[in-house]
Write a protein that binds this ligand. Structure first.
Ligand code: SF4
Length: 658
């Protein structure tokens, strides 16, 4: 067999478990694939590379099978497996047309421990169950368990004389990091010779490894249930399923499946730019083929577009793919009751506008006005940037413990005047920023009783995290009680009986207001602020006229801490450009050129992933002061726009309600 043999590997098997049709599109350059661009970024952001490396350090003396070539890796593994006991990293095994590289394999005589390392949290004090009441694997665990099951199957068949025990190794949320700076010691850079290869460098001391923050969890029961075909996904037998997938993949034939709700996040979709470059869209091929669609029909809005619609699979299964084919049996209509849209009313609003081609925004003026009357000026708009690193930066911290490293704060006065009031960023390496962050936020907000706005649950959730950190701290700061009191005042939480408690100045969630009172067809099925902002800018002449002027950060204009004479509204082909697209890329002109290899655009920072990664990067102490400063400046600009976006939405509404 040569290197081009089409093996079903563990990653292809995992992909096929999402949708078997994907096996046909994967690895083919002619098909657009949004995941191929960001899988490296994702692994960096979720700490996958670092967790993998730390796991290896727990097995001193382990031997790495380094080559990527299949046959060489198999030969090297074969040779090493002749030792009576050995720990191997990335050993290769083959059974028929199945091929795996195990993360860690511990051989002791005839016993093998198969360890799959994942950047996922586990709490060894309160372990999760993998099984549902019906004996299936919980959907959140399926990708991990199925992956190990596949490897166990290959290993047991490739080495029939051995006992194979499967494990997942994950970050233990209840473990404490033994030393400071552990995260910074496991560094990542792209290989110099091979741009796709990752190099990990940095030394760990015995103290760093003295207490483990990764835990090895036995998963033999689940794997046996999967291999025995006793879970629904493999009710025809695991062996049959794997063998079918492997032979179809080997023949390069497409396994045609019924489109479903999973298609919404399919990575084999084309952007208009990719289309113009001649890329093919797997999504388009699947849908055109399944529903016999012409080019024109393919562009008709589908049931996938409807917000929170739970019967997508049923509709698609019956061939009803158009948004206009949704009936009242699918979404029973709610009677009009009071102000504010119910979920069903909002869904019908979206469906009816899309079917009619009506692009006019909807605003429940009465409902929103009533909310506005309860607000107290000055209004405060806040947004946090946070991280939950798998490997902590500080001793005494847990894996995946929250780090709040940045906020931005805008104020709107009763006369309508706006200012960027304040901000916070901590980029000093190794400093645990949360208490300083909280103190700075308190300083910003405690000077009046004005209403505070957040967008979605994140700020509330994170303040809850910091409250728990303060409560659990064995040497809390002197002002811990004051800080806790501040958090309680501006947040909401469930008490021990599950009753919702609201602080006296509980933050107002703008996302809740959007869902209740505002819908613009340009938002599609999303209520994310990243969709609401461009939509309202395009529909509000008031916002366009105001922000078309270079007033932002200008003398006599809107005070800003990071911009000067900036105009936010710029047009292209008659549409207002998304303000985020006007910002410079965060890693542009960085001395550290490797970062540019995988930070491909602004999309990532908009979703917060790159902000977190940028912060993680500035934690590395060998970064130059200039480079750290540049990243900080870019982060400050992005976060300022996040709170300005909330202000603009408020201003647009206020004008419409006037
Ligand atoms: S479009 Fe749907 S059916 Fe086709 S590959 Fe993607 S997820 Fe599978």
């Amino acid at each position: 067999m040569n290197g081009s043999f089409r093996y079903l590997t563990k990653s292809r098997f995992t992909l096929a478990m999402e949708c078997p049709t994907k096996l046909f599109y994967t690895g083919k350059a002619e098909y657009a694939n949004s995941r191929s661009d960001d899988s490296f970024l994702e692994a960096l952001a979720d700490g996958g590379f670092q967790v993998g490396e730390l796991a290896r350090r727990y097995f001193p003396g382990g031997v790495s099978v380094d080559t990527l070539a299949y046959e060489d890796a198999l030969r090297q593994t074969d040779e090493l497996m002749k030792r009576p006991s050995v720990v191997l990293f990335e050993p290769a095994f083959r059974f028929e047309n199945l091929f795996i590289r195990a993360d860690i394999l511990v051989k002791d005589g005839n016993s093998l421990q198969l360890i799959e390392v994942k950047a996922k949290s586990w709490n060894s004090r309160e372990p999760d169950s993998f099984f549902t009441k019906k004996g299936n694997i919980f959907s959140g665990w399926k990708p991990y368990i199925y992956d190990v099951a596949f490897q166990t199957y290959v290993l047991r068949n490739a080495l029939p004389g051995f006992e194979v025990e499967p494990f997942l190794m994950m970050a233990d949320k209840s473990a404490l990091c033994p030393t400071d700076g552990l995260n910074q010691k496991i560094r990542i850079r792209l290989g110099k010779d091979d741009r796709k290869r990752v190099e990990i460098y940095g030394d760990l001391t015995p103290d760093d490894l003295s207490s483990r923050i990764l835990v090895q969890v036995p998963v033999g029961d689940c794997v046996d249930a999967v291999l025995a075909g006793s879970v629904d996904d493999f009710s025809d037998g695991f062996e049959t399923a794997v063998s079918n997938l492997a032979s179809e993949y080997q023949r390069d034939s497409k396994i045609v499946t019924q489109p479903g709700k999973r298609c919404r996040s399919c990575e084999f979709r084309c952007t208009p730019e990719e289309k113009a470059e001649g890329k093919r869209s797997g999504f388009e091929e699947c849908w055109k083929n399944a529903f016999q669609l012409s080019d024109e029909e393919f562009n008709v809005p589908s049931v996938l577009n409807v917000w929170q619609f739970r019967r997508k699979d049923e509709c698609l299964g019956e061939g009803r793919w158009r948004i206009g084919e949704i009936t009242e049996d699918d979404i029973p209509k709610d009677p009009e009751a009071g102000s504010g849209l119910s979920m069903k009313q909002r869904q019908w609003l979206q469906i009816e506008k899309m079917v009619a081609g009506d692009n006019m925004p909807f605003l429940d003026k009465e409902g929103l006005k009533a909310e506005m009357e309860s607000w107290t000026f000055p209004l405060h708009f806040i947004d946090f940037e946070t991280a939950m690193p798998a490997i902590p930066f500080n001793s005494g911290r847990h894996p995946y413990e929250g780090i709040a490293f940045q906020f931005s704060h805008h104020v709107v006065e009763e006369d309508g005047s706006v200012r960027h009031q304040g901000q916070f960023i901590e980029t000093e390496p190794g400093v645990f920023p949360n208490y300083r962050f909280l103190r700075a936020l308190k300083n910003e907000l405690e000077n009046d009783d004005g209403t505070i706005f957040r967008y979605a649950a994140h700020e509330n959730t994170f303040l809850g995290h910091i409250a728990r950190q303060l409560e659990d701290d064995s040497s809390p700061p002197d002002d811990a009680l004051e800080l806790l009191g501040f958090i309680r005042k501006i947040t909401e939480w469930d008490d021990e009986n599950g009753k919702r408690i609201e602080g006296s100045r509980n933050m107002v969630d703008m996302l809740r207001l959007v869902k209740l009172y505002y819908y613009d067809p340009a938002m599609g099925g999303s209520n994310s602020i990243k969709y609401v902002l461009p939509a309202i800018l395009n529909s509000s002449p008031f916002l366009q006229q105001k922000y078309e002027q270079p007033i932002y950060g200008a003398k006599g204009g809107i005070p800003s801490l990071n911009y000067q004479d900036w105009c936010w509204v710029r047009f292209d082909k008659g549409r207002v450009l998304d303000p985020y697209s006007l910002l410079p890329r965060i890693f542009e002109d960085m001395a550290s050129e490797e970062m540019e290899q995988f930070v491909t655009g602004d999309e990532e920072i908009r979703e917060g992933g790159a902000a977190m990664m940028a912060w993680a990067k500035v934690q590395f102490s060998d970064m130059s002061t200039l480079e750290r400063k540049k990243i900080s400046e870019a982060l400050l600009k992005y976060c300022e726009l996040d709170t300005l976006a909330m202000v603009m939405i408020y201003e647009g509404w206020r004008k419409l309600c006037a």
